[in-house]
Design a protein around this ligand. Structure first.
Ligand code: HPA
Ligand code: ZN
Length: 326
């Protein structure tokens, strides 16, 4: 039964984390004051108390509202740097975070402002904390594909700052098949591809992400169990699933952690990883997610080691870079 220090010391990569979801209430209030943004909450405590969700959309409403305090390059730096400091404390050696450019361009903040702040912090993370990183630009699936294409086109001059595209936001009713063209354009530019699928949406959306968007990883993917043929394929192709245990319980994908299927998938041979998704909103960073799974599901040391190794081998690091952590 792995103790907390054992879990902390395992070299781990985090492959599913939205930078806007690491905005802690304290920093959110600081940035609101710095930028003269009025908040509908009287205090940090009142804001935290609002973090009770019954589904994904409940969460997204408050998450997009919170992101409204992010305005300057320095704000994006501070957000990213605070996350990297948490990673260092948790024994995270490599990160592949998402950012949601449309959340900010809608408010008049350029992708250049966002990306220069994020990239400067990621460079400092490498230099000062020895945490390597690859950034993923994620499209909002509740907006149109044309909006996603315009976003990609605005970002392409800053191509050196990100390595992949992703797809997030409200899943049900916004299937991957609506984003085939923008993924084709991204892949033609040499970008890699991942997508959220099978969090609240059906297994069919996972098939679409694989076959139509040609993604190399599925974000969440826990509803794959509803389709045994799909599970067989995920095992055969060793397609990684970036699973987010605390997120899934906070958003009622599983009623309680004891019901979570991550270790069942691991034992079946699916390449699952543990991730925090939106740690400021869901009650913890990467180590807290490992601890929650251990406590609820009696994870063994061997399983913890396998999950940590999966996070490295499912990453976008080169084989040589991965070898240093295995
Ligand atoms: N799912 C969909 N969209 C999101 C999530 C998520 O878990 N987190 C932030 N945006
Ligand atoms: Zn997510």
């Amino acid at each position: 039964f792995p103790d907390n220090d054992f879990l902390r010391q395992l070299p781990k990569a985090e492959l599913h984390m939205h930078l806007e979801g690491s905005l802690e209430p304290e920093l959110l209030f600081q940035l609101a004051e710095r930028n003269g943004v009025a908040l509908p909450y009287a205090s940090v405590e009142a804001l935290r108390e609002a973090y009770q969700f019954s589904n994904l959309q409940d969460f997204l409403d408050i998450y997009y509202q919170g992101a409204g305090v992010l305005q300057t390059e320095q704000d994006f730096y501070d957000l990213t740097w605070a996350y990297l400091e948490r990673c260092a404390a948790d024994g995270v050696v490599h990160v592949e975070p998402f950012f949601d450019p449309q959340t900010h361009t809608e408010r008049g903040i350029s992708i250049a402002t966002q990306l220069t702040g994020i990239s400067r912090a990621l460079a400092d993370g490498q230099a000062k904390l020895a945490i390597s990183s690859r950034l993923i630009l994620s499209f909002l699936r509740h907006l149109s594909e044309d909006d996603a294409i315009a976003t990609l086109q605005e970002a392409l001059p800053l191509r050196e700052h990100f390595v992949a595209v992703g797809l997030d936001s409200s899943e049900q009713g916004n299937p991957p098949e609506g984003f085939v063209r923008v993924y084709e354009m991204a892949r033609a530019e040499g970008l890699r591809a991942v997508a959220h699928a099978g969090e609240e949406g059906p297994a069919e959306y996972i098939w679409q992400a694989l076959d139509l968007l040609q993604v190399e990883r599925i974000d969440h993917g826990v509803r794959c169990v509803e389709d045994p043929v799909l599970v067989e394929r995920l095992i055969a192709e060793q397609t990684p699933l970036t699973v987010c245990p605390l997120s899934n319980t906070k958003l009622k994908v599983f009623a309680k952690m004891q019901d979570h299927n991550i270790l069942q998938l691991l034992e079946q041979g699916v390449k699952v990883t543990i991730n925090s998704d939106d740690p400021a909103y869901f009650g913890g960073y990467l180590l807290a997610n490992f601890i929650a799974v251990r406590d609820a599901l009696d994870m063994t040391r061997e399983q913890a080691v396998a999950l940590a190794r999966n996070s490295i081998t499912a990453s976008m690091l080169s084989d040589d870079e991965q070898a240093g952590w295995l």
